[in-house]
Design a protein around this ligand. Structure first.
Ligand code: SF4
Length: 385
């Protein structure tokens, strides 16, 4: 039996697909080089963009004629669409999916655990997920619904996977997580809830799980700097990158760790989303524009060679011209190397989907174009169509 895997969305989905491939191969399937040759077509979905479900329906409709040549052809959908549907409390989303796709199988990602070692594409880079899900609930974002609560992988499991990747010829490591730099805070919270005083790392170091005030919020310090250090010092690793960081978990300890190891990438992706305090507040981002700018300044003071990329949403509900201008101003001050700019559109189930979506479509696209011109020189290679 042959499988064909089609992947939509972010790098995390690409990494998940490497495990999905191994999941099928462990069951005796071999990879097909095209949809036409496959007995199973697996679609790994993304719900970050609009009309995700419609795109999947359209794809299955287009591929359905292949069943005439191969009656045993099966479609499987997996990834964020299934995650979002299975976590939607009313059950309506799942019911609607099942009604619309009665002959399609659904594969929840939870069934494809980390015990499946990834079938990596050729190249020098290994993408390694270190956590999955998110607890932050930014009001526009569907990830906490599609991927669920944040769960960190075992520290030693990640380090072992990096070693394996190096031994198979990869020397560039990309650590992935929706909130990559909060890695391990779930372990520390668990330690704290059991009233234990110390959390022990695999190398014997002990970490005290206490709350600290960071960017105006109480956060538990994360294990990410320790993990980064462990990965950066593995012989054979020439570069370690990580994505996506959140400003509120970008601690002094993390900056100091980066400064100690030249193998840690100085190109930092630090999503800002907006440059107006009022919009940041409505987005439930946990920082002000001044705090974000101060963080950039702090990182540059320690790492003068640091460069930054970011994500920005324009046309968020209630975003006035002044709010937008504040975002433009912030982007100019930081001088981002690149910004991934999206115009706002509501995602079902999110808090912002209940806000009045009051910036007209034409104005959203105008703002996106203007910002793109300013930040990216209007290369148009980074914006959603
Ligand atoms: Fe979504 Fe990132 Fe906010 Fe989590 S931190 S809710 S993944 S935007």
């Amino acid at each position: 039996m042959r499988y064909f895997l089609k992947t939509f969305g972010c790098q995390q989905n690409v990494a998940d697909s490497e495990r999905i491939a191994s999941f099928y191969e462990s069951r005796g399937f071999v990879a097909a080089s095209s949809e036409e040759e496959a007995d199973v077509i697996v679609i790994n979905t993304c719900v970050v963009r609009e009309r995700a479900a419609e795109k999947v329906f359209g794809l299955i409709r287009n591929l359905a004629p292949l069943k005439e040549k191969n009656p045993r052809l099966t479609f499987v959908i997996t990834g964020c669409l299934i995650g979002a549907a299975s976590r939607e409390p009313s059950g309506k989303m799942m019911k609607a999916l099942r009604a619309r796709l009665p002959e399609v199988q659904f594969l929840p990602l939870e069934e494809v655990g980390f015990e499946y070692r990834p079938k990596r594409a050729a190249g020098k880079v290994a993408f390694i997920p270190i956590s999955n899900g998110c607890n932050n609930y930014c009001t526009y974002c569907i990830v906490p619904f599609s991927r669920g609560k944040e769960r960190s992988r075992a520290f030693s499991d990640i380090v072992d996977e990096v070693r394996e990747a190096v031994s198979s010829g990869r020397n560039e490591i990309f650590l992935l997580g929706q909130n990559v730099n909060s890695y391990g805070s779930d372990f520390l919270l668990d330690t704290l809830s059991k009233k234990n005083e110390l959390f022990r790392l695999p190398d014997g170091k002990e970490v005290k799980p206490v709350f600290v005030k960071h960017l105006n919020r109480h956060r538990i310090p994360t294990l990410f700097p320790h993990l980064l250090e462990a990965v950066a010092t593995i012989p054979g690793v020439s570069k370690v990158s990580f994505i996506s960081s959140n400003p509120w978990d970008f601690s002094d300890e993390l900056i100091a760790t980066m400064a100690r190891y030249e193998t840690i990438d100085r190109l930092i992706h630090l999503p800002v989303q907006a440059g107006s305090d009022a919009v940041l507040k409505r987005m439930n981002r946990w920082y002000s524009r001044d705090e974000y700018l101060a963080l950039i300044g702090k990182i540059r003071a320690t790492l003068p060679e640091a460069r930054f990329t970011t994500d920005i949403i324009v046309g968020f509900p209630g975003e006035s011209i002044e709010d937008f201008e504040a975002t433009v101003d912030l982007a100019r001050r930081v001088n981002f190397e690149k910004a991934y700019i999206a115009w706002y559109s509501p995602r079902p189930g999110t808090a912002a989907s209940k806000f009045l979506d009051d910036v007209p479509y034409e104005e959203k696209t105008r703002r996106r174009k203007e910002l793109d011109m300013i930040v990216n020189g209007n290369r148009h290679n980074n914006i959603d169509k």
